[in-house]
Ligand binder design. Structure first.
Ligand code: C5P
Length: 407
């Protein structure tokens, strides 16, 4: 999940069983760094008390319009307009209809009437009974809202609280937060193609054993997600990873370094940027046994041969500055000298260097502390989430690509 640090997210909660799920959504928004304030319809308050939201947001909850004390705390116009994004969760069929018709008869509909969805994003996450969702009136209202610039986080299909089975179940909180992040991301990579590699490779030396490393692929998946949010067409070539595929990203699963090499070369034509985050095994077994290797002597040796260095090959074969090449240098110790050497030897535009032994850095954790090493110099970043590092790299890509025509 990506960073929403200090972004003001206003959440309007409507009536429905799914209202309780809005509590989790608010928590996730906060976890991503957002400052959240909540408004509730009277019906929503029948399902969850305003005190719950007040307790977790530490801010007053807007429950009424034209109420002197509520309007003193935050007026409905301010709630509608003084935010980075407004999220309606769960959005009932009723609120969609009122917003489409321009009705403002209670707090949330009045707030919506005061929004300008093309100026600052407004998202609806609908949840309702399948028949209500599929009703022509609701579908018509959704179409009208989309045309006016409102964004819809599509509901999932499944078993609903009312007993129906079908579309209408509130999207997962993670998906709703992803949509909020996407709505706030500048689309600086529209028309660009980005190829990201991620995760480990496995080099089998018999049918059940392999050489590998503890890479989880987290950094690469976050970079792919950030590039997709910025509008790029992203291909993620990954070794064995157990992470969910980021939305809007196409993926190619590989196992060995040789397979990763072949996949990268096959997808290279037309690519603007290659980001090699994969922890590619430098060696593979010279011979792979067709049967499981038996225990024999106390000491057993395994002969290894070098794998292709994908990044070095891309650097050596590229024409001019295309594609933009970003490599990673994970070292167990101060990495900057190695990173500088790698920048030159692999002919990259950027090496993202990190010391995997440092606190808050390395394999499997959500954060990293990296330095950006370019021909112009070194920028040392603080400990950041891997998602925030992905966003930082998107800025680098956009800056470097500015001025170069998209294919
Ligand atoms: O030389 P070193 O392995 O430290 O370089 C790391 C960078 O090179 C990473 O970007 C990694 O993805 C890439 N690499 C590669 N092919 C290899 C080994 C590393 O592309 N066989």
């Amino acid at each position: 999940m990506s960073s929403l640090v200090n972004r003001r997210v206003h959440v309007a909660v409507c009536g429905g069983v799914a209202a309780y799920k809005a509590v989790e959504t608010v928590r996730l928004l906060q976890k991503a760094g957002a400052v959240v304030q909540v408004a509730m319809t009277a019906n929503a308050q029948a399902f969850v008390g305003p005190l719950t939201f007040q307790a977790i947001t530490h801010l007053p909850v807007l429950t009424r319009t034209l109420d002197p004390s509520d309007e003193m705390e935050i007026g409905h116009i301010a709630f509608a307009q003084e935010n980075d994004v407004l999220l309606v969760v769960p959005a009932s069929a009723n609120i969609l209809a009122k917003c489409a018709a321009g009705i403002g008869d209670e707090v949330v509909s009045t707030v919506l009437l005061a929004t300008r969805p093309r100026r600052s994003p407004v998202l609806f996450a609908p949840a309702m009974n399948t028949a209500m969702y599929e009703n022509e009136a609701t579908q018509n209202n959704l179409r009208i809202l989309r045309e006016r610039g409102y964004q819809i986080v599509e509901p999932d299909a499944g078993a609903l609280a009312c007993g129906a089975v079908g579309p209408g179940r509130l999207a997962l909180s993670e998906a709703i937060v992803d949509a909020v992040v996407a709505a706030l991301t500048p689309r600086v990579l529209v028309g660009r193609r980005v190829l990201v590699t991620a995760g480990p490779t496995r080099e089998f030396f018999d049918p059940v054993r392999f050489l590998s490393n503890p890479s989880t692929g987290k950094a690469g998946f976050e970079i792919a997600a950030a590039a997709a949010r910025a509008g790029a067409e992203v291909t993620l070539i990954h070794g064995p990873c157990s992470l969910p595929l980021p939305p809007g990203v196409s993926s190619v699963a590989v196992t060995t370094a040789i397979e990763m090499h072949a996949a990268v070369m096959a997808h290279l034509p037309g690519v603007d940027v290659v980001v090699m985050t994969a922890a590619v095994s430098d060696y593979r077994a010279r011979a792979v046994s067709a049967t499981k290797v038996k225990k024999l002597d106390e000491v057993q040796s395994l002969e290894l041969v070098r794998n292709p260095d994908i990044l070095a090959e891309l650097g050596a074969s590229r024409v001019g500055a295309s594609p933009l090449l970003i490599g990673f240098a994970a070292e167990s110790g101060p990495p900057l000298e190695y990173a500088r050497a790698k920048l030159i030897s692999k002919r990259c535009d950027l090496i993202v260097a990190n010391d995997i032994t440092a606190e808050g850095a390395g394999f499997g954790v959500d954060t990293n502390r990296v330095s950006l090493v370019t021909a112009e110099g070194i920028v040392e970043l603080p400990v950041l989430s891997k998602a925030a590092i992905g966003e930082r790299l998107v800025v680098f890509m956009a800056e470097r690509l500015a001025g170069s025509p998209s294919p």
